[in-house]
Design a protein around this ligand. Structure first.
Ligand code: TNX
Length: 496
């Protein structure tokens, strides 16, 4: 008896959820980052009818990506037709290169943007709409009108402490693209290893790329590998920023070329995780030859606007020497057509050109000397360092900046965190994944996911539209999606 009634209750509940009139409205779908504006409409669109696409203007890599999604995630095919149910429209009346509009009616979907980049961001929102309504086969209708709060939404991957292969970096890029990131900063050199081929200084990789933290086997990218990554990222509208960290964090360079050391002696390979003990010799002319050669070669294979020169934790370089050094090397990037970036210490420069200062202190630090008009990128270590442990039980990570729970990583604003920073200078946010404690995809997944989704939303969505309780519900749905993609994210007790 009991069994029968339980059984019929289950059937009844099942029917309720299949009720054709019961469609979750567009604005209730768990989109991340959440769009600026969503208007719901009556009715729905049948997923099974979405089998054709048309587009004006070139958008071939995007169309390929979409077709691939139809194949692999929907088990359907998407044909190019003169009048498709899906329409990609380049529309110059839409302002902002990442802004877009998504118009969903019972007939189909129109994606509109000023160019391909906006269409690409629109596609990421549509992809989530499809993922989260695919179970019912009914897509809610309405209009999404969206644009990013900040022009810079980045992640940094430290490939120097541990080396990550081209395939591993591509996988990370794929995941970043889902959440509308537009910059990937690669930390290509540090004390433990040199990771990018420099043809005019071949011993950098010949002698200093095998090592990494813990003494395991490192590696490096040939210039062709690097260009392959640049192109792969560009297809996803992500710009790669190469970083060569100078004058500190240079043990690997000093090991390969002892002439760059003041005493001319090669230091041994470093496989520990201490920092602040190495420095290029600031008073030797060869040092500037070296830095300029590296900048020239990197600039030639980097189409993006920025080149990062590090400049952090230079305890081994006396302050007056450090300032002399950065005053000389920051303008070199400009000479090769790039805007220099540096960690926050480099704001002490007297270089008058544009230089992006990357803020990394904890929130309590009061910065001084940020020049008017100088762009600031926010990576406060106690919120945006992906390598900080979540809590005492974390299996990877460091904790010098404190524990960073999923909630803490989400609940802050680049505008208000450090009141003394001029808001108008802030260009965006970068989540930094240092790799002292991780060496493969599972380590990346554990430390970056799910915190990086919060950073994506901080960079894209207005503060007024963000709150933890609502975000938490949406995030839970994304975890299911990420799991289906094989992402071994950290299971936070806050999300149970
Ligand atoms: C600080 S803050 C660093 C890195 C470390 C990281 C570890 C800054 C610009 N540099 O050298 O890898 O902490 O969390």
């Amino acid at each position: 008896m009991l069994r029968i009634s339980l059984f019929s209750t289950v059937i009844f509940l099942g029917l309720l959820s299949c009720n054709p009139d019961k469609i979750n409205p567009l604005d209730s779908l768990p989109l991340i980052p959440y769009p600026q504006n969503i208007e719901n409409a009556e009715g729905y669109l049948s997923l099974s009818e979405l089998t054709s696409i048309s587009f004006n203007g070139a958008a071939s890599s995007l169309v390929l990506e979409m077709k691939n999604f139809w194949d692999t995630s929907l088990a359907m095919s998407l044909e190019t037709k003169p009048e498709g149910r899906l329409e990609l429209q380049i529309d110059s009346s839409i302002e902002g290169q990442e802004a877009y509009q998504l118009h969903l009616t019972s007939k189909g979907v129109v994606l509109r943007a000023a160019g391909e980049e906006g269409l690409y961001r629109a596609w990421q929102s549509l992809q989530q709409i499809l993922v989260f309504s695919k179970e019912t086969g009914k897509i809610p209708t309405g209009t999404v009108t969206d644009k990013s709060v900040y022009p810079y939404r980045g992640a940094m991957l430290d490939v120097a402490r541990h080396f990550f292969t081209v395939a591993e970096v591509k996988r990370f890029i794929d995941l970043m693209a889902l959440y509308k990131f537009n910059f990937l900063h690669l930390h290509l050199s540090d004390d433990q290893g040199w990771r990018i081929e420099i043809k005019s200084w071949p011993d950098l990789t010949a002698l200093s790329s095998d090592s990494e933290v813990g003494g395991t086997q490192g590696g490096f990218y040939t210039q062709e590998d690097y260009q392959e990554l640049v192109a792969y990222a560009a297809d996803r509208f992500i710009t790669i920023i190469p970083e060569i960290d100078v004058p500190g964090h240079t043990n690997a360079a000093l090991h390969a070329y002892p002439i760059l050391n003041c005493d001319g002696v090669a230091p041994p390979v470093h496989t520990g995780i201490e920092v602040g003990f190495s420095s290029l010799c600031v008073d030797k002319p060869i040092t500037y030859q070296f830095v300029e050669d590296v900048i020239r070669e990197l600039a030639a294979i980097t189409p993006g606007p920025y080149l990062h020169l590090g400049g952090d934790e230079t305890q081994a370089t006396p302050e007056d020497q450090f300032i002399r050094f950065i005053n000389k090397v920051l303008p070199m990037a400009d000479r090769y057509g790039k805007i220099p970036m540096g960690w926050f210490e480099t704001r002490q420069t007297n270089y008058k050109g544009q230089v992006v200062s990357q803020y990394w202190a904890k929130e309590v630090d009061v910065p001084e000397g940020v020049r008017k008009g100088n762009p600031i990128l926010m990576s406060p270590s106690s919120f945006a360092y992906l390598d900080m442990k979540y809590d005492t039980l974390s299996k990877h990570g460091l904790f010098w900046a404190g524990y960073t729970s999923v909630q803490k990583a989400y609940e802050w604003s680049p505008k208000t965190l450090v009141p003394s920073l001029p808001v108008e200078n802030i260009i965006g946010i970068e989540a930094a994944l240092w790799s002292e404690t991780i060496s493969d995809n599972s380590g990346i997944d554990y430390l970056a996911f799910p915190r990086i989704l919060g950073h994506a939303e901080i960079g894209w969505t207005e503060d007024e539209l963000r709150n933890w309780e609502d975000y938490k519900q949406r995030l839970q749905k994304h975890l299911v999606w990420l799991r289906s993609k094989g992402v071994a994210y950290y299971q936070s007790p806050l999300l149970d």
